[in-house]
Design a binder for this molecule. Structure first.
Ligand code: SF4
Length: 669
């Protein structure tokens, strides 16, 4: 079972290997990690966060470490940097330029951190000191490791700020972190990380909290930084699109262990480990129109306490066999990997897996969705459930500490208009602060400051208080963070029953709660459990069941899946699609992830500074964007395909220019 060869693919192998993997690692590795294990004590027992991680990092190459929450990817990077808490138990070996790092004191490590190894963290605010201007922090980073005068360090600091794309660096150097936007702060963190020409750069989810265009810019800056310093880079991320665009090699982690390792092209085009295949199947594509549902991975990752000696993915693996439960498979090179390609997996059935199939069948079956009750009914014959016209929202700008006075007006929403029809998902996309969430809240309020909101034919401005209350049952909202939107002291039964009771539901409340739980795929035997007992995906299902309790025709989805891991997210996206088809629901949807938008929506409005700059069918907008801002936004989406990602042209939006400007992406080394 272990090493079935694929003779028929042999010629393909060679071609693929030669054409797509021209550069094998060269020279001696600058970082060698072998058999790294990290555990933490906890009340439940020892948590084995990292288990047997080994890899070599070569100069100029980028290793992408991917995995979901709790996979051990960040703990791996923290242990390389010597930043784990004292109580962490770390074994194995981490060698930087041949020198063992494990066991070094914090003082010894601080000589290597910043000089030999630079680190870019997810949250730039916590990486910068708020009380010092950025110049002081950069100069400090330089003089700590280099024998230069303060003036020389300051000159270098200005050059570094220029390199990472901060305009007017001479002036900006005296600014404080809070005066910068999130993207600019991350640029400063990158400048500090590369200030001493490190040989290794570790970026831990460096773009997770950023808007898509800023994310693309930061990834470009990291590429420039890598090119200028020649550093070897570790990119830690949960985003398959980011990995596809930046990594040369990929290490996929699951439950603290590496489960697949190869060059980026092999991992994406010919994954051989079921978990990687599941991850790719769960990831929506922003660049392809598809009516096919995503293929989620059922279940949740294990809790890393008292692990059984078995394949940890077995409970979620669609092709698990009894042998998978006797001993945890080691990460072993594939005997049938194409010539010149090093590809390893921790799966006893990898030899049988080819083209994401086993015995000619797809590993992960595409789930079947319910019949679309409105299939075949043209859009203009469908009922308009939500009509919005010339919606505006202004906020006063106040000044003065004691006596506040209005000094101006901020127009958050500047007259947007759209319709949502039954069985349709309308998305609003745009970056932070563009006004999309304000638009949602104004609609939910059913009392617009200015403009018209008509819900199922009823104009909100003419509603009495009582009518407005009754109308609210027709429009419900699901929020991003299911934990904070559900009362932790109420059981699932109570959470879902609450809106029914407040509306004076006359039927059998218990029966209805059970129906709703079944509708969203929750186990009804867990009806008396508290939200804290459930995983993130299940909690989002509880939120959805609650929203559906009043039989609304419109559901407002405010970033409904952004807090979820990709394999769990796929299940919730499918559920939303299924409910829309089965119940003919209308969705008004806001998400920053444009891939999710493309997958779930029928129509999309692109919002920029309070206005819609483009509205239309989702495929038209994604395939043929007309407005320069839309072009810029779409060109920044990371595409989970290394071939496509490497030819992707980025478009920069300049509101003053007549046409969009195409910018070349910097080549990584
Ligand atoms: S070892 Fe078995 S359970 Fe684990 S991924 Fe492979 S087939 Fe699935």
């Amino acid at each position: 079972m272990t090493s079935t060869t694929h003779d028929s693919h042999e010629s393909d192998h060679t071609t693929t290997a030669e054409s797509s993997n021209p550069r094998e690692p060269q020279g001696t590795p600058v970082l060698e990690v072998s058999d790294l294990n990290v555990s933490f004590p906890s009340e439940a027992g020892s948590v084995a966060a990292v288990r047997g991680v080994s890899f070599d990092l070569y100069p100029g190459r980028t290793l992408g470490i991917v995995g979901e929450s709790g996979s051990g990817k960040s703990v791996t990077s923290m242990s390389i940097m010597g930043l784990l808490p004292q109580y962490a138990k770390v074994t194995g070996s981490v060698k930087y330029a041949g020198e063992e790092l494990l066991g070094k004191t914090d003082k010894e490590m601080s000589k290597i951190r910043g000089k030999g190894i630079g680190m870019i963290f997810q949250d730039p605010l916590s990486a910068l000191t708020p009380v010092f201007d950025i110049g002081t922090q950069l100069v400090e980073a330089i003089v700590t490791h280099q024998k230069v005068t303060k003036q020389q360090a300051e000159k270098q600091a200005v050059e570094l700020l220029d390199l990472v794309g901060i305009s007017e660096p001479q002036k900006r150097i005296r600014a404080f972190p809070h005066e910068f936007s999130g993207g600019m702060r991350q640029r400063v963190v990158i400048a500090i990380a590369i200030a001493n020409n490190p040989r290794v750069l570790i970026a831990d989810e460096p773009t997770t909290a950023l808007d898509v265009t800023i994310q693309a810019q930061i990834l470009d800056v990291i590429k420039v930084a890598q090119r200028e310093t020649g550093a070897a880079t570790i990119m830690i991320t949960h985003d398959m699109g980011v990995v596809a665009g930046i990594a040369d090699d990929v290490l996929v982690m699951y439950a603290g262990r590496p489960v697949e390792k190869s060059d980026v092209f092999s991992v994406f085009s010919q994954p051989r480990m079921p978990y990687t295949i599941g991850l790719l199947g769960s990831t929506p594509r922003p660049d392809v129109s598809s009516d096919e549902p995503l293929t989620p991975i059922v279940g949740n990752p294990p809790i890393l306490v008292d692990l059984q000696d078995q394949c940890q993915f077995a409970p979620r693996c669609p092709v698990a066999q009894p042998e998978c439960l006797s001993g945890e498979p080691k990460l072993l090179p594939l005997a049938d990997a194409p010539k010149g390609v090093s590809h390893a997996t921790a799966c006893i059935r990898s030899g049988e897996i080819w083209d994401q199939k086993i015995n000619g069948e797809r590993l992960f079956q595409v789930p079947e969705l319910s019949k679309d009750i409105l299939a075949g009914k043209p859009r203009d014959e469908r009922k308009v459930t939500l009509h919005v016209a010339d919606l505006k929202k202004e906020y006063p700008i106040m000044k003065g500490s004691l006596l506040k006075r209005k000094v101006g007006t901020f127009q958050a929403v500047k007259g947007v208009s759209f319709d949502v029809r039954e069985g349709e998902c309308m998305a609003i996309v745009g970056e932070s602060g563009c006004g999309k969430t304000t638009t949602l809240l104004e609609i939910m309020d059913l009392q617009p400051q200015s403009g018209t909101v008509v819900l199922n034919g009823q104009d909100a401005s003419t509603m009495t208080k009582r009518q407005r209350r009754a109308a609210r049952k027709d429009i419900q909202i699901v929020f991003q963070d299911p934990m904070s939107s559900l009362n932790p002291r109420l059981t699932v039964r109570e959470v879902i029953a609450e809106p029914l009771q407040s509306l004076g539901y006359e039927g059998d409340v218990n029966k209805r709660v059970q129906e709703l739980m079944a509708l969203v795929g929750l186990d009804t035997s867990q009806i008396d459990r508290f939200p804290g007992h459930f995983s993130g995906g299940q909690r989002q299902r509880i939120g959805l069941a609650r929203a559906l309790a009043t039989n609304p025709s419109v559901i407002v989805l405010d970033e409904p899946v952004s807090a979820l891991d990709v394999s769990i997210q796929a299940g919730v996206i499918n559920l939303l699609e299924d409910l829309k088809r089965k119940l003919g629901l209308s969705y008004l949807f806001v998400a920053h992830d444009l891939s999710v938008i493309r997958h779930l929506s029928d129509r999309v409005a692109v919002m920029y500074k309070g206005e819609f700059v483009e509205v239309g069918k989702v495929d038209d907008i994604f395939d043929h964007p007309q407005h320069p801002y839309t072009k810029s936004l779409l060109s920044a989406i990371p595409i989970p395909d290394p071939q496509v990602a490497r030819t992707q042209k980025r478009v920069k939006y300049d509101p003053d220019a007549v046409a969009a400007v195409v910018v070349e992406k910097p080549e990584s080394n």
